[in-house]
Write a protein that binds this ligand. Structure first.
Ligand SMILES: C[S@@+](CC[C@H](N)C(=O)[O-])C[C@H]1O[C@@H](n2cnc3c(N)ncnc32)[C@H](O)[C@@H]1O
Length: 221
């Protein structure tokens, strides 16, 4: 998959766009278009976040700023976009986050201590290609996860889901502009891809959003 397509998936996140992101995406779009009110994703985050956590594809850091436990021991942010990283870093400044700028599809090994949990909310539908191509991200992230660590997140599916007229229009525009790349993303291929890389895979859908969690496969010698 071309670097150009990868760049397009994150280039939209300027300071201006990030300033309306929570209102437009988490307030309006999740409720009216994707039919998955944000509280579902917040609850999912609360269910799986650990005290040693990495958030990937951070956006404004909404879930971190609202739901990161006060007892958090270590929190790290990873994103390709500098604006997203500084917005999220600002939002949780008091936790003194570690910050990593990297493309999840083209990541050289990050030499950092591993995490007990990793979240990837609304990242997969921004990445180019099918789930087979996107799953390079799973390959890269599982190296950063402790044995028994959990990877969880959410993504907007574009195939075999019911979407209303306005949602379909918006999805088409986003795909045309390279903001989304999810026309081939369906429940089956997401589950298959997660099962190839992880164990204890759970996937459910609310509206056209898939919420998933899975555990690292233990390394058998
Ligand atoms: C739609 S926002 C999600 C924000 C937040 N996680 C949420 O759920 O509200 C997608 C984020 O993923 C980042 N992103 C997109 N493609 C990326 C890539 N290839 N590598 C790393 N980050 C990427 C963007 O910069 C942006 O911050």
């Amino acid at each position: 998959m071309s670097d150009r397509a990868t760049v397009e998936g994150q280039a939209i996140y300027s300071k201006k766009v990030l300033s309306i992101y929570d209102f437009w995406v988490l307030g309006v779009s999740n409720h009216y278009f994707w039919k998955c009110p944000t509280r579902n994703i917040s609850n999912h985050f609360l269910d799986y976040v650990s005290h040693n956590h990495l958030d990937v594809g951070v956006g404004t850091g909404y879930y971190l700023k609202n739901y990161l436990p006060q007892t958090t021991r270590r929190i790290a942010l990873l994103d390709m976009n500098r604006n997203s990283l500084s917005e999220a870093e600002k939002a949780i400044h008091s936790f003194q986050p570690e910050v990593y700028q990297a493309d999840v599809l083209n990541m050289h090994d990050l030499c950092v201590e591993k995490f007990d949990s990793i979240s990837i909310n609304y990242l997969l539908h921004c990445l180019p290609g099918s789930f087979v191509e996107k799953s390079i991200l799973f390959e890269n992230l599982k190296k950063l996860l402790n044995d028994d660590g959990v990877l969880f997140g959410s993504t907007i599916l574009g195939k075999d889901v019911e979407v209303n007229f306005f949602a379909r229009k918006i999805m088409n525009i986003y795909n045309k502009k390279g903001i989304f790349c999810n026309f081939d993303d369906d429940f089956e291929s997401l589950s298959k891809s997660l099962n190839e890389h992880f164990s204890n895979v759970e996937v459910k859908t609310i509206g056209c959003v898939a919420l998933f969690s899975c555990k690292n496969k233990k390394n058998h010698i």
